[in-house]
Design a binder for this molecule. Sequence first.
Ligand SMILES: *[C@@H]1O[C@H](CO)[C@@H](O)[C@H](O)[C@H]1NC(C)=O
Ligand SMILES: *[C@@H]1O[C@H](CO)[C@@H](O)[C@H](O)[C@H]1NC(C)=O
Ligand SMILES: *[C@@H]1O[C@H](CO)[C@@H](O)[C@H](O)[C@H]1NC(C)=O
Ligand SMILES: *[C@@H]1O[C@H](CO)[C@@H](O)[C@H](O)[C@H]1NC(C)=O
Ligand SMILES: *[C@@H]1O[C@H](CO)[C@@H](O)[C@H](O)[C@H]1NC(C)=O
Ligand SMILES: CC(=O)N[C@H]1CO[C@H](CO)[C@@H](O)[C@@H]1O
Length: 507
Amino acid sequence: MKRMPLLFTVVIATLCSSLCEGIIGSHFWKIRQLVDERRANALMQSLPGKPGSISELFITQPLDHFDRLSQEAGKTFQQRLFVNDQFYEAQKGPVFLYIQGEGALSPNAAKAGFPAELAKSLGALIVAAEHRFYGASINDDGLKLDSLRHLSSQQALADLAEVHTFISQKFNLSRDHPWVCFGGSYSGALSAWFRIKYPHLVIGALASSAPVRALENFEGYNDVVAASLESSIVGGNEECMTQIQQAFIQIDALLKLGNHTLLEGYFKSCEPVTDPLDRLTFVSNLASIVQGVVQYNNEIPGLDIDGICGIMAVSSDPLRNLAALNTEFMKIMNMSCVNNTYAESVRMVANTTVDRKAQGPGIRQWIWQTCTQFGYYQTCDDNTNCPFSRLIDLPSQTKLCSDFFNITPQDIAKFVSFTNDYYGGDRPHGNKIIFSNGSIDPWHKLGVLTDLSDTEKAVFIVGTAHCNDLGSSNSKDPQQLTAARKKIATIITGWLKEAQQNQINSL
Ligand SMILES: *[C@@H]1O[C@H](CO)[C@@H](O)[C@H](O)[C@H]1NC(C)=O
Ligand SMILES: *[C@@H]1O[C@H](CO)[C@@H](O)[C@H](O)[C@H]1NC(C)=O
Ligand SMILES: *[C@@H]1O[C@H](CO)[C@@H](O)[C@H](O)[C@H]1NC(C)=O
Ligand SMILES: *[C@@H]1O[C@H](CO)[C@@H](O)[C@H](O)[C@H]1NC(C)=O
Ligand SMILES: *[C@@H]1O[C@H](CO)[C@@H](O)[C@H](O)[C@H]1NC(C)=O
Ligand SMILES: CC(=O)N[C@H]1CO[C@H](CO)[C@@H](O)[C@@H]1O
């Protein structure tokens, strides 16, 4: 079978601290790490401004904003900010607050990408804020179970209120100086929520690929993965999706029969996959390759939907084809065999040693946040079109919550429900919020996809993946991405004009 032609290549440099699925196994994290590195490099190359205009600042935040009487020593932490004033038109320009999500903040977040391009044209001051408990914004004991109770989206939003005060003082800004906030993925949701909960602090928000609806059993994720594998606009086709589904059906059958030796050989497992938890890790790792490639389509050369579908069409044996895909993945990641032990997941999640210099996502912290607030478990239940192993069910995903944090599935259900009550899910009734979503991105299922009102706008981008609109513009961008950025820029410029008018009127 011929490979589908690739219709366009997107060179992306996004700021999105993209979410991670496949919480079991290590493959997804490897993809995520590589994507992060590539995005950082792309941002570096697209920097529009002079060096030396970024300052790193730390501000002291209470660990618990909602219990301010407990101020004894150790009850604070240092939050990291990067501030870029190179475009700032002193006193007049707006402030753009870039909110970071579940990983370390890079200074590039204050330098490049869509918010920086807009800041350049609008004379804005850029303030990028790291999320508490990630990157350098964490105490030495921050990863201990007892400390993690201070890690929540509510506390993170309250941190941003303090950031507002701190920056306003530092730059002599009045109370009604216009601020706009930006974020992608989890931080896209934070961006919307900051506008909703603190409307006096920001005049509007861009929420890119934001899963604002918390959901324990997020089966829909894999439905979009399946649909994206079939989507011709990104080089997918129906046969490709069927081949992958068939391969996993065979894998499940072989595992059920206890015939794992064949699989270990095909898929170059370092160790036997006999234990049920190791089998779960084995199928999760395989699914992660496909899920990661779809979520970050076009970000890793050789690993995109078009490429996967080419490999899945090489022979008439789906299992062999999937094995070839696995081998290709191993080659890109420089692996000689795949560690499919559950112990490897445990190693990543159980580690409580803080490394403030580490780049990339905070795995333990993010899993804690899914257990206590959001769920987002990408299961492969029987009633869905999921192409992967049926071993990936809800209990297998919530197991980490009980194993590491003593949080039961019943607790998770209650926490998720509270999150939606608290923020409004995908009907938040805010205003001046832009929700952008990419059709290929599985996360769009939990987003706001149609205009909720004249001031709560949805921007949908056909053919793009997770948070592509937050990236730097590039001559190779597909037309619909350029158009989406233009629409977003026009809306934000309109908000700022209105804010300026209100300021004049109130004098
Ligand atoms: C803020 O105002 C103070 C006092 O008027 C002044 O010394 C300082 O330079 C100003 N800072 C900025 C960033 O404008
Ligand atoms: C394992 O599966 C392979 C391929 O389907 C088959 O040739 C082999 O006989 C099976 N072995 C056992 C022990 O079932
Ligand atoms: C794999 O190894 C090559 C050569 O040493 C290196 O350039 C590349 O960055 C490595 N890839 C990963 C994902 O570590
Ligand atoms: C796989 O990971 C586990 C846990 O980190 C480790 O104990 C084991 O040695 C690893 N196996 C190989 C072959 O690297
Ligand atoms: C735990 O994390 C620290 C800091 O990142 C790292 O140095 C250490 O090797 C990790 N330990 C294990 C067992 O992975
Ligand atoms: C997949 C999906 O439902 N996307 C939606 C994203 O938002 C736009 C509105 O701007 C809808 O038209 C799309 O259907």
